[in-house]
Design a binder for this molecule. Structure first.
Ligand code: 0O2
Length: 221
């Protein structure tokens, strides 16, 4: 890309950010994030009654930036129109749910997916099937209606469920490898994968310790 083109794209993005269409569309995705976040917080509160401990450690949300939207649409070869963005990009609204234990992830997924107004569009279980680099998370794309003055509008939201150990690894790996093309076969790739496997072993052991403590407490009652 020449410098001229770069300036063009940047100014186009800046103009777009100020347009009413942009604000309207992005507000819809913001509302969808609020809807799903509320559902997760309600589940977290209810599930905490059983165990005296909330299953969710933190919830983070983000709207994909226009720069990142443009990059993804160009990379995937999608037409650069609003209609195509709505149809093809499922991760404009993104929520990351950090849980204590792996079994909490699957419970939350089950309770969220079974709600009447939620439609699961896609599911990638990178916990049962980690990526070759060791990345683990459960990705769920759900569609949720937002209720506007003109009626309901279904909006997709990508929800990533992770444990704290998975998040620790993914956050550092993202920072370490960001914009660097480090192949999986290199020493760095192999060592990062080893760290991901160690984090997974830690998750498994912590969950087992929690289960052992639970059964010990039951025996004691
Ligand atoms: P951001 O800012 O988090 O959105 P894509 O990769 O986006 O072209 P797809 O199918 O949506 O296509 O990708 P995928 O791999 O199912 O999920 C993409 C998101 O998952 C990434 O978003 C990351 O948040 C996370 N992710 C996936 N793989 C890895 C990985 O190997 N390492 C880390 N650290 N995170 C991963 P983006 O696009 O990075 O940006």
């Amino acid at each position: 890309m020449t410098e001229d083109n770069e300036i063009n794209v940047k100014s186009m993005i800046e103009t777009l950010k100020k347009s009413s269409v942009y604000l309207e569309v992005f507000n819809e995705y913001r509302c969808a994030i609020m809807e799903v976040e509320t559902k997760l917080k309600v589940l977290d509160m209810e599930m905490s009654m059983d165990r005296e401990k909330n299953p969710i450690e933190t919830i983070q949300s983000r709207l994909k930036s226009p720069e990142s939207i443009l990059e993804k649409m160009e990379r995937k070869g999608y037409p650069l129109t609003l209609e195509s963005m709505r149809k093809n990009l499922m991760d404009i609204a993104g929520i990351r749910v950090i849980c204590d234990y792996i079994d909490d992830i699957y419970k939350l997924e089950k309770y969220l997916s079974s709600q009447n107004d939620i439609t699961v569009l896609d599911r990638d279980d990178y916990i049962k099937n980690p990526k070759v680099n060791g990345y683990r998370s459960l990705h769920l794309t759900v569609e949720v209606p937002i209720f506007l003055t003109g009626g309901p509008r279904p909006i997709p939201v990508e929800v990533q469920f992770r444990t704290m150990a998975m998040d620790f690894w993914a956050s550092l790996e993202h920072k370490l490898k960001y914009k660097k093309h480090i192949s999986q076969e290199t020493d760095i790739g192999v060592r990062l994968k080893k760290c991901a496997d160690q984090a997974a072993a830690l998750d498994k052991e912590m969950m087992q310790i929690r289960k052992d403590i639970d059964s010990y407490m039951k025996e004691d009652e």
